[in-house]
Every structure is written in structure tokens, then in C-alpha cells.
Design a protein around this ligand. Structure first.
Ligand code: AHR
Length: 658
């Protein structure tokens, strides 16, 4: 497993360019999953708030709490907020008469001398605005002392110059939402937002929001366009949500309760994020389902199996004995399991229930989506320890879902590794219960991926199918480069070959904001103005954009080369039946080129026009990008020279589009 490309000059000393013959047996084709490439979304590394969720104000709900971040006292309700003209104003945080019980903290701004004093938000590493772009400003406010009046809203650049302005009025004694639109007059990557009451008095403020009008597909409360488009460009067949560890949480009270993530924003339940920050859950289940629909991906919600993360360091509200409540040991108390199971069933109803006849279907319709979201999959558990506590709860949930919703494919869990006790016992339980699919996770060294290409060849076809829900090639330093990406590409040729048993895969984690990463490597890095897909992203994209529904076996002959050489050349040929295209994927992990002759046996091409997409670079390269160009194949037999360290997709179009 420790084999690395840096050793190639020694391992392959004297190796000359190779000749290969690839014989594709089209008549022996087998059906494979058409959901193979998906995405794993978890709010880790600021993926949601400050990331994909387009809100520009940080801590808009004043709910940041030291407990979010290991009792960091600077991480509190005033985080990201500051006073302007502090000598004439005071900021306090109160909980006396909140806007909503789920959102108990609010700001009380006392302005002694107006105008001039105000409240400033610094955004997530600043607020990036574009000249001419329009931003929806809103707040909930009420007057606690004085008459109230006009409140000026300003976008400021780093020198304090005004780059956009509007106003609202706060004069009500009860909470009332106020809205206005601010148009930016300059491109500023690090702006701030200030609100200045024009009349002295005491104001209660909450849910202060600045949202770009331009969101992905123009959705209100929507997603950042460039990030959402980058994900859509992967052509994912499904999206997993909300994790990962976030799904089962740090302690029972931190389990992601989906009901707290829907409804009016001010009523959503913010949640401590176990990665050390705060989740507003503005990007909640409704926004998630909507995004899946917008990009044609199946939703794959993952819910806790009645147990929190096995590494939990936090006890639940009901626990009296610290020793037995840490980790997953406590689980949800059995007397609360009926309610929890009902929550799981209610999520299915929220997604699919009739808009008039079901309670949760009605809620979905009220949120703006009367039609069902057509949920087909649901994951129960996330790489949990397979203990008695787990088994008891998982079985109850699984049986309830199977009984009430036989149409839903339930995905179980088999631990965090490709082997070991949890893997074995998870598989045993899933097989015993007849769970249709299980979620496997493994973050491994590149060498593991090279030497385990037969991993799924060995799987029993009569057992549950596999969702490879989290995986990535990891090297020391935890970055991705051509070496890690090509080993992923190589391994995925074996996954396509086993697409009859592996139904779904998702690289993890997906998103990471620069300066706020808790985990590396990730598929896409970003900051407030740029999106930086990694080499691994392009591998996923090449698979996602060129997936097929039928696998055509091939024989690769590399004239008597040793095992170490043969293992580094991977081929996968699939047919995209809907479009009639043949797709040839060729991976070369060797330092020499491989001149190949490819024979499509049993194929008669209607249209031999093709494109070639090539990703290549030195093993350490982190910025290689795929290049697509027309490619002449001439007929059912053609030549192609794989460059050293490369991944190529040749797509042969049939123009059959059905
Ligand atoms: O992908 C990052 C984390 O890795 C996930 O939250 C967890 O499931 C796994 O351990």
C-alpha cells in the first residue's frame, strides 16, 4: 500500500514504452448501475454557511455559542458583529422576548446619538460584492425604547467608502420583518455591511440577512451560483446529505434532526456543527431537495441509526452517567425510539407525500413545492460501530421503513474501513436483514487502490449492493494531485467493471473553504470569489459526464509485463444506452507511454466520430486540467497512445439519442 510514484524511477528502471491490445467484447456486455457517480455533501470545512449557501452575513441569527467551538469564548452571539461609533452605542445580546423559541438570542442595539452609531457585520472573511449586482437585505426588528424610524443600510469597502446603500424603517413594538434591496456600485471582494438607525433609541434586531438576488436557478434562499454550477458540472446522479459525521452528530442531542432544518428561516433550529462551528441550517432539507431536482440528481438523505457518532464526546440531555453516555453507547433511549422512527417516516412523507392529504406533504407544498421530490433512497447510519445498541435501533428503523415504504431503497452502514469488525458485523447484519444496499467508507493510500482492483470482483452477487459513500486516495500531507487522482481513476475502472454490485459512489469530502478546513483533501476548494476544483474533481467529472448503463468487458494484453506494470494500466468500456455512445476509459499510471490498439468486437459503429478528453501531468501536479478535442477513430479498431501518467476518455458518438 505504501507504493508511491516517487519510487517509479527505481521500480520501473529501464522500462520502455509499451504496446497494448485492448479487445472489447461488446456481446458480453452486462447491465450496470446508472447511479455510479454522485456527490457527498456535508457541512464540513464551511461547505454550507459561508460556502454553498449564498447568505453573506455571518452569525445573522446571533446564535453562535462558545459550545459550538470547544467553549471558545470569542465564538459567541456577537461574533462577526462590531459597533460603529462605539462611543455612542451599546450592543447587548438578550433572550427575553425572542423572535422564535428556536432562535432565542437577539441583538439589542442602543443608539444614544444618531446618526453615526450602528452595527457592522464582517461576513465570512468579508462580503464579496459585484458592481451592479442586487442584494436582498432583510432583518427582523422592533423598537424597545423611543419611537424608532429610518435605518440606513450601507455596504462599505475596506476604507469605509459606501459602495451601496438603502434603508428600512423600524417603528413597530413587535417583531416585524423589513426588507430592501442594495445595489453594489463597485466590485469589492472584502466589503462589510453596516446598519445605522437614524433616530436614537433601543432596537431589538435579529435574522439580519444580505442575500444575492443572483442564486443558482434564481432560487430564493438559494445557493451560490459558481459553486452550485461546479457541482452540477460533475453530472452527479445523486446527492448525499447532510453527511458524514454531521448526520449522526456528536452525542444524541446533536443528531441532525431534519425537521429543525425546514420552515421559515427564523424558526429553524440552529445546530452546533461538530466540526467546530455553527449551522444556521438555512441550507436545510427543502433547499437540498430543490437543488437535487434542479440538477437532475436523486436525493440520498442519510439519517442517524438512532445512535450518534461512536467518537462522541458529548452526553445527551437524559444522561446521568458520563461513562455510559460518551460515544454511541447511550443511543437514543428506547422509549424515545418510536418518535425517532416516526421522524424518519415523516421525512419520506415530506419528500413524497400528497400535497393535500398528508401533513408533511402539505408542509412541502407550503414551502413552494407541491409536487413530490420523488425520493427513492434513504441511508440509515454513518460508519457506525456495530454494537448491540446500534443493531437494536437500526433493525427497528429498517423494519419500519421497509414495512411502510417498500418502494424506498434503504442503505445500511458497515463501518469506516474496508475490513475489520464493524465491516464484518455490519455486512452480517445487513445480509441477515436483507438490507438492499450498504454504505462502505475507506480513505486509503494510493497503493491500496492499485493493489485492490479486484476488491469488488470477489463480492457475492447475492448479498446487498454497495454504495461506496466515502473514499479518497490519501498521501502524507493530505493533498490531491495527479498521483492520487489517477489512482482514483484506476480504481474507478474496477468499480465500473463491478457496476452490477457497486451501485453508487461518492468521493468525500466535497467542499472546503480556504482557511477553514477541518479535513483534507477535499474535492473542491473555494474562497469568496474563486472556485478551485482539484485534479480529483476532474476525475470525478470525467466519470460523471461519461457514465454508461452497460459494461463491455475487455481483455488488455501487455505482452508479458510484470504484475507491477499490468496493475497500472486500467481500461473500462461502457455503453451509454440512452445516447447510443461507446465510452472507452484508459488509465496509465506508468512513467512511459502505452501505445494501444483498441478493438471493439461485436460493435458496428453508425457514426465513428469521437472526442478525446485527456487529463495528464507529472505525479506531483496539482493543477492539471482535462483537455477535450475531436478524435478520429475511423472504425471499430483504432489506435491510441496513452501518455505517461494519464487518464483518457474516448467517447464515440452514435447520434442515436433516444
Ligand atoms: O468525510 C469526512 C468524514 O469522514 C465524515 O464526516 C465521516 O463520515 C468520515 O469519518
Amino acid at each position: 500500500n505504501a507504493e508511491r510514484m516517487a519510487q517509479d524511477p527505481v521500480r520501473f528502471v529501464g522500462l520502455k514504452p509499451l504496446q497494448a491490445t485492448v479487445t472489447v467484447k461488446a456481446e458480453a456486455g452486462k447491465k450496470i448501475s446508472d447511479h455510479l457517480i454522485g456527490i457527498f455533501f456535508e457541512d464540513i470545512n464551511y461547505a454550507a454557511d459561508g460556502g454553498l449557501y449564498a447568505e453573506l452575513i455571518q452569525n445573522r441569527d446571533f446564535e453562535y455559542a462558545p459550545a459550538d467551538r470547544g467553549n471558545d469564548r470569542n465564538w459567541n452571539s456577537t461574533h462577526s458583529w462590531a459597533l460603529a461609533d462605539a462611543g455612542s452605542a451599546t450592543l447587548n445580546i438578550e433572550t427575553f422576548s425572542p423572535l422564535h423559541p428556536n432562535n432565542p438570542h437577539y441583538a439589542v442595539l442602543e443608539v444614544r446619538s444618531a446618526p453615526g452609531a450602528g452595527l457592522v457585520n464582517s461576513g465570512f472573511d468579508g462580503i464579496a460584492v459585484k458592481e451592479g449586482a442586487r442584494y436582498d437585505f432583510s432583518l427582523f426588528g422592533k423598537v424597545l425604547e423611543g419611537k424608532g424610524g429610518k435605518v440606513v443600510v450601507k455596504l462599505l469597502d475596506t476604507n469605509g467608502a459606501v459602495i451601496g446603500q438603502s434603508s428600512v424603517t423600524i417603528s413597530s413594538k413587535d417583531w416585524k420583518q423589513q426588507k430592501s434591496v442594495v445595489t453594489a456600485t463597485a466590485d469589492v471582494p472584502v466589503a462589510s455591511l453596516a446598519i445605522y438607525p437614524q433616530v436614537a433609541g433601543k432596537y431589538a434586531l435579529d435574522m439580519i440577512s444580505l442575500f444575492p438576488q443572483e442564486t443558482f436557478k434564481g432560487r430564493k434562499n438559494g445557493l451560490r451560483v459558481d459553486l452550485a454550477q461546479t457541482l452540477a458540472d460533475l453530472h452527479p446522479r445523486f446527492i448525499r446529505f447532510p453527511g458524514g459525521c454531521v448526520a449522526h452528530g456528536d452525542g444524541v442531542d446533536n443528531i441532525y434532526d431534519w425537521k429543525g432544518s425546514i420552515g421559515p428561516l427564523e424558526s429553524r433550529k440552529p445546530l452546533r456543527n461538530l466540526w467546530g462551528y455553527h449551522q444556521t441550517r438555512g441550507l436545510g432539507y427543502f433547499e437540498y431537495f430543490q437543488y437535487c431536482e434542479d440538477i437532475g440528481a436523486e436525493p440520498l438523505p442519510v439519517l442517524a441509526a438512532g445512535v450518534p457518532c461512536q467518537n462522541s464526546g458529548t452526553c445527551a440531555h437524559h444522561s446521568t452517567d458520563e461513562l455510559t453516555c460518551m460515544g454511541q453507547q447511550g443511543g437514543i433511549p428506547m422509549e424515545e425510539m418510536d418518535k425517532y422512527i416516526q421522524d424518519v417516516l415523516d421525512l419520506i412523507e415530506y419528500a413524497n407525500g400528497d400535497a393535500r392529504r398528508t401533513k408533511w406533504g402539505k408542509m412541502r407544498a407550503e414551502a413552494g413545492h407541491p409536487k413530490p421530490f420523488n425520493l427513492k433512497f434513504i441511508g440509515i447510519g454513518n460508519e457506525d460501530m456495530i454494537t448491540d445498541v446500534f443493531e437494536e435501533r437500526f433493525t427497528l428503523i429498517y423494519n419500519a421503513v421497509r414495512e411502510k415504504h417498500p418502494e424506498i431503497t434503504v442503505i445500511g452502514t458497515v463501518g469506516p474501513f474496508y475490513e475489520g469488525t464493524d465491516y464484518e458485523e455490519g455486512w452480517e447484519l445487513a445480509t441477515h436483514l436483507g438490507v438492499p444496499m450498504v454504505d462502505e467508507h475507506y480513505y486509503v493510500e494510493p497503493g491500496w487502490l492499485i493493489h485492490n482492483q479486484d476488491y469488488y470482483d470477489r463480492y457475492d452477487r447475492n448479498k446487498p449492493k454497495v454504495y461506496l459513500g466515502e473514499y479518497a486516495s490519501h498521501v502524507s500531507g493530505r493533498h490531491n494531485n495527479i498521483e492520487t487522482a489517477l489512482t482514483e481513476a484506476l480504481y474507478l475502472t474496477s468499480v465500473e467493471r463491478n457496476g452490477d454490485v457497486v451501485s453508487m459512489t461518492s468521493y468525500a469530502p466535497l467542499l472546503a473553504k480556504e482557511g477553514h478546513t477541518q479535513w483534507n483533501p477535499d474535492l473542491i476548494y473555494f474562497n469568496n470569489t474563486e472556485v478551485k476544483p482539484t485534479v480529483s474533481y476532474y476525475v470525478q467529472q470525467m466519470y460523471g459526464q461519461h457514465s454508461g448503463s452497460e459494461y463491455l468487458p475487455s481483455v488488455v494484453s501487455l505482452d508479458n509485463q510484470p504484475d507491477a506494470v499490468r496493475k497500472r494500466v486500467g481500461v473500462s468500456v461502457v455503453k451509454d444506452k440512452a445516447r447510443g455512445d461507446y465510452i472507452v476509459k484508459l488509465v496509465n499510471l506508468l512513467p512511459v507511454k502505452v501505445a494501444s490498439r483498441i478493438r471493439l468486437e461485436g460493435v458496428s459503429l453508425v457514426d465513428p466520430s469521437a472526442t478525446k478528453t485527456l487529463l495528464t501531468g507529472e505525479p506531483q501536479s496539482k493543477d492539471a486540467k482535462p483537455v477535450t478535442s475531436p478524435f478520429e477513430i475511423g472504425g471499430e479498431e483504432f489506435s491510441y497512445e496513452m501518455p505517461p501518467y494519464s487518464f483518457t476518455v474516448i467517447r464515440i458518438g452514435q447520434g442515436e439519442k433516444k
